[in-house]
Design a protein around this ligand. Structure first.
Ligand code: THU
Length: 148
């Protein structure tokens, strides 16, 4: 299953709007029902307003009312040239993305698996989100994980 998820993330990266960094990232989230929601990074001329691929995917999940259905996420990125990414270094989620993934994971009442892949798919790492962001602060600390 993770192969397909990583492939979906890689395909999503080809839609990255990343003219400033020229670094394309794709994210693909696997849901309870087996469906997949993707996102790619969406940069902005003001730089600081740029959105990471994971944020775009998670916000899309939320817009579909499926935030609590998250199971796994795959992230793939690399140098972007003519809609293709390249490189052999896996992309690990930035700190903000780890926090936002934790929001979804705590609401889903589970730890989630994070696949981090290089653009050429030569490296695919697998982590628990709780290892990437230990001792988090999240909705569970605010008593918000049950119904709302
Ligand atoms: N980026 C992501 O989309 N996800 C990450 O976890 C790390 C970084 C994007 C943001 C920016 O558009 C580009 O990669 C270079 O930092």
């Amino acid at each position: 299953m993770s192969d397909g998820l990583v492939q979906s993330a890689r395909a999503a990266a080809s839609n990255a709007h990343a003219p400033y960094s020229r670094f394309g990232v794709g994210a693909a989230v696997l849901l309870d029902d087996g469906s997949v929601v993707t996102g790619c990074n969406f940069e902005n001329a003001s730089y600081g307003l740029s959105l990471c691929a994971e944020i775009v995917a998670l916000a899309t999940l939320n817009a579909q009312g499926k935030l609590r259905q998250i199971r796994e996420i795959a992230i793939v990125g690399g140098r972007l040239d003519k809609r293709a990414i390249s490189g052999s270094t896996p992309v690990r989620p930035c700190g903000r993305c780890r926090q936002v993934m934790t929001e979804a994971a705590q609401l889903a009442l589970r730890d989630i698996i994070v696949h981090c892949a290089s653009a050429d798919l030569s490296v695919v790492e697998k982590f628990w989100l709780s290892d990437l962001l230990p001792l988090p602060f999240g909705p569970s600390d605010m008593g918000l994980v049950q119904d709302d």
